[in-house]
Design a protein around this ligand. Sequence first.
Ligand code: OAK
Length: 830
Amino acid sequence: KGQEKWPRGDEKVWKDGLRGVDKDVPEITKSVVHHVQTSLARQAYNLDEAGAYQATALSVRDNLLPTKRAYYLSLEFLMGRTLDNALLNLGLKNKYSDGTTKLGFNLEDLLEQERDAALGNGGLGRLAACYLDSSASQELPVWGYGLRYQYGIFQQLIGPDGSQLEAPDPWLQHDNPWELPRADVTYDVRFYGHSERIDGMKAVWSGGQEVLAMAYDVMIPGYATKNTNNLRLWESKPKRGFDLNSFNAGDYERAVESSNSAAAITSVLYPNDHTTFGKELRLKQQYFWTAASLNDILRRFKNLDKPISEFPEYVSIQLNDTHPTLAIPELMRILVDEEDVKWDAAWDIITRTFFFTNHTVLPEALEKWPVPLMQHLMREHSDFKSMHAGNLTAFDVVSIFLQAVEKKFPGDRERLARMSLIEEGFPQNVRMANLACIGSRKVNGVAELHSELLKATIMKDFVEFFGISKFFNVTNGITPRRWLDQCNPRLSQLISETLQLPKATFLKELSLLEGLLKHVDEPALIKKWAAVKQSNKERLAHYVETTMGHKINTQAMFDVQIKRLHEYKRQTLNIMGVIHRYLAIKAMTAEERKKVNPKVVFFAGKAAPGYYIAKLTIRLIVNVARIINEDPETKDLLSMFFLPDYSVSLAEILIPASDISQHISTAGTEASGTSNMKFCLNGGLLLGTVDGANIEIAEEVGEQNVFFFGHLTPAVEDLRYQHMYHPVPIEQKCPGLAKVINEVASGRFGDGGVYEPLLNTIRQNDYYLLTEDFDSYIQALELVDKAYQDRTGWIKKSIRTTAKMGKFSSDRAIQDYAQECWNIESNKLP
Ligand code: OAK
């Protein structure tokens, strides 16, 4: 109005704003100019107030557009404790320490009061917890969905004979301040019953058991940001307290029973790692959890008021292994039967929404569910035999997919049989990995080698069918907040001083640790680095002394193997190595013993309650420890401890104290491993096989800084074949190991007969190849001893190792998923 000058305002700002080059032009100005130019297609020289209003409004609207979210569906979240982590993430630890001191309480003691949230078995569950931390810390909109088990992983006790005993873990006994019960967020989930098709099209599912899913929200604080994400855990409840129908019929007992069985669904975490048992309750857990989560995701999507075809533009769902695969047929059922979406369009939505991560290639871990069990439990999904045009059900995926395979590979019956979702047999089984693969946009493994093996084995046919671009790798990562700063504050502080950077800088950008390399030869740093390790060893020694009553020589080398007990992880190789060392020291003269490098070996880990061989391994470790720790001739040179009830919190004490840690799986069996990364980040060196992420760790830190041994993956299959068809007696194949086995069998460490089944796994077909790797393992241990004699050289290796761990931050891993799969961006709060 009466304005003479064009353009209005500062001409330079308009110009630079248009070109978007001048850093001094504020983002908001640039955004308004952008809308003037592109959305309105107008010029600064003819822009009136109405136009300026439009452009301003469009710019403001950009802030309101809903962002896409990713959902991480995991049956396990192994969170550990929260208080310390929350204090560090919020930067409030010192203030709270002062605050509680004034009240007469030591904060460190208060931290010890918290029980671990142990809703997971091992690697897969802990990875999910690290990924939540990294998502929140990078302000990425990623929400977790899981189950709120009343009982987490069992508590492990060691009985008088050295065996593992299990006790329940009632972690919710006292109030849990970290969760918010959401009585306002509930969904009905139906099991059993029957479905009827109305007009031959829509199916209505009724009868059976209806249970209620109620949400509990766990806040996930990000590091050095106000951003928090959410982990939503479902609890099952009886829908009406008891079944009214039964009550009316006067059958009170049945009514109570039904309310019992509703609550049973989320009562306990299954403690089996890497095995499937085909238990009905486990399948119920999976369906209950995926159905409730999808309902919730869909409700949130509907609030956006977008057409359902745009679902994948706002939602990505990551399947943590095959456990949540029922989400695929469940979403299909909802889309087709409840949202009236046509079959093909629904399948298109599915395959743009889901992403699948595989976490193991072990055959016994591949989930299969009997078709009759599925049919019984989920009437609607499994009605796959009635295929008529226009009357398709979710499991018609089977036939439709196979038709496409048949078209691409005509007449290849064997291929069809391998790729089918149904494995023939009595009963037939549904192969969950096949379903997860065909229903997902992308499939990934968790380390380079593992992803290659996936493509060459389990997924080979699928690579040939879908093409290679569907398959990729995301190497696992760990959060440096918990696994450096929280568990090893002194090292974190020393790094901060050395790099002259605030902790927050390298804890958010872990590759900055490389800056340590410049200082690796500085005597002052070497001295301080050694002192930090020493104090962590003393902290562990104190723990062992107060919990187990044993004094430990902290001048000895600390050698640690902590992970689930499993034959493929070869704790047996380690214990055989310890016995070998014990026998060797026993045979030495006093003079020779003076040259021995004193060593303390630590084991910790749980065995699945039904895994006989794994439990026997624990028993052997405990009983060998009892003998050698009491042997006056050797105990100063070699001692060994099995620390009961391994947990996240115990790992936080053990990892910073280790000089060397063992990751010694048979090549090709450990998908990635993540504790290997935690040890190395804390300056512990690695003794391992050429397997999983060990390989990438060595690539980063340099082979001269790790201790590798054993056969390589390509040799394994052939060696197993040889064992099977051309067995050689162990005395010939590996005399060193045979001698150790004979000592155990002869009763030197207690009743030898007890261990026969375990010893026979090695003597007989030796599936995990201990006889093949034992000699090179012993040589590697000798190299470790030799390297440790040169303390300064060892500390330098330690500093170099820490310095090169940037790649293994879970921040990097989450960025890989965000870019490669989810297509989400960080949601920075002002
Ligand atoms: C557990 C149950 C079924 C399938 C896999 C697992 C599992 O825990 N796998 C582990 O996942 C970790 C995270 O990806 C890997 O680091 C371990 O190597 C792998 O064994």
